[in-house]
Design a protein around this ligand. Structure first.
Ligand SMILES: Nc1ncnc2c1ncn2[C@@H]1O[C@H](COP(=O)(O)OP(=O)(O)OP(=O)(O)O)[C@@H](O)[C@H]1O
Ligand SMILES: [Mg+2]
Length: 356
């Protein structure tokens, strides 16, 4: 695939925290590609580096302590890694936008919705206030906010959580970017509103041929909207595949564990699988495979050699790493997806202690 068809390409990204106690890598060589009109879901437990990846792409890392220390981010072919800040500022909103989990913290409580959208427009485009206001009404209409002219006069606290998230999406899209990053966009909302917001993202994505990077720890959400899924664990991508394959044929024991711990509507909640132990502290990582302490299939090799992310043969497809439906896996001992063997949390602690 030529570089120009790609809306976003992340190459071997490493993000490091410079803390008093030393350097800690929280994103460890992450690579992925996103085409126009495609949705890639980035999933994984809390603390695995999803937000740090998103903030690295946007160049919005809290610096100090965080800094990108390796790799490249290409947005619509342009390398943003070494771009001067003023150029990056014009790309934010115009080429790439981000929507966060809690819109109340992203919206300024002392300005009206209208002021904030108009400001987002006029900081990029030389337009009269009236023209920008018209654009604001149009975009609020597009994200299905009733009486948009009236709502422009509202302050953020006067809107419901779902409406605020619609406003954030409107602000993110008003300058017609190519890439939308949505970091847990529905997590703070109740289930019915979640579904409506996902619907909205999907509709906008189709109409605008947006490339969407959807960050979530909610796998059922992923199954509704994603084309491809990248599963992150302790700062690394451990599996990446078409969404349908992640659900039908997950290869990594971590992905299998995540899927086995989803309660189904009619399911037997008592026998849900729980991945034993916790995500490792990035300051004290296992020596080779980072998932080995929690893995039901760990071998001696998993404690000795770090596995790379490599193309695997997926059912019915030829094995090449350049195919759009490629299935990538970082594992020495993948097993078919069956009932996972339970491990006691004490066993995880023992393995870490002895690093067997
Ligand atoms: N400002 C900071 N100072 C120190 N450590 C931080 C800071 N911000 C993030 N971290 C650490 O970086 C790692 C990655 O965090 P990140 O926020 O990217 O996780 P996440 O996958 O987005 O999790 P969640 O699902 O909870 O949002 C975690 O170990 C976290 O504790
Ligand atoms: Mg996060």
């Amino acid at each position: 695939m030529s570089g120009s068809e790609l809306a976003l390409e992340v190459k071997d990204l490493r993000t490091t925290l410079f803390l008093r106690e030393g350097r800690v890598d929280v994103v460890r060589g992450v690579s992925f590609q996103l085409k126009q009109g495609e949705t890639l879901a980035l999933v994984g437990e809390s603390g695995c580096g999803k937000t740090m990846t998103a903030l690295s792409i946007m160049r919005l890392l809290p610096d100090p302590p965080a800094r990108v220390t390796h790799g490249q981010v290409l947005l619509a072919g342009a390398d943003v890694s070494r771009m001067p800040e003023h150029q990056m500022r014009s790309l934010r909103g115009e080429t790439v936008s981000i929507v966060f989990q809690e819109p109340l913290t992203s919206l300024d409580p002392v300005f009206t919705i209208g002021d904030q959208i108009v400001e987002a427009i006029t900081s990029h485009r030389k337009l009269q206030r009236g023209e920008a206001r018209e654009m604001a009404v149009e975009i609020l209409k597009e994200v299905q906010i009733p009486s948009p002219g009236q709502r422009l006069k509202d302050y953020p606290h006067q809107l419901s959580g779902g409406m605020r998230q619609r406003v954030m999406i409107a602000m993110a899209l008003v300058l017609d970017p190519k890439v939308l990053i949505a970091d847990e966009p529905t997590t703070a909302l109740d289930v019915t509103i979640q579904a409506q917001i996902l619907d909205l993202i999907r509709t906008e994505q189709e109409q605008r041929r947006l490339a969407v990077l959807l960050i979530t720890h909610n796998l059922p959400v992923v199954s509704q909207v994603a084309d491809r899924v990248a599963v992150m664990y302790a700062g690394e991508v451990v599996e990446e595949a078409p969404a349908s394959e992640i659900f039908s044929d997950p290869r990594h024991p971590y992905t299998q564990g995540l899927l086995s711990s989803i309660p189904s509507a009619a399911g037997d909640h008592k026998h849900l699988y729980t991945i034993p132990g916790r995500v490792p502290d990035p300051r004290v990582l296992p020596p080779a495979c980072l998932f080995a302490p929690r893995c039901p299939y760990a071998l001696r090799r998993c404690w000795q050699e770090h596995p790379e992310l490599e193309a695997t043969v997926s059912a019915g497809h030829a094995d090449t790493s350049t195919q759009p439906d490629r299935h990538l896996l970082r594992c020495w001992n993948p097993q078919p997806f069956t009932a996972l063997q339970a491990i006691e949390p004490q066993e995880v602690d023992r393995r870490i202690a002895t690093s067997e």
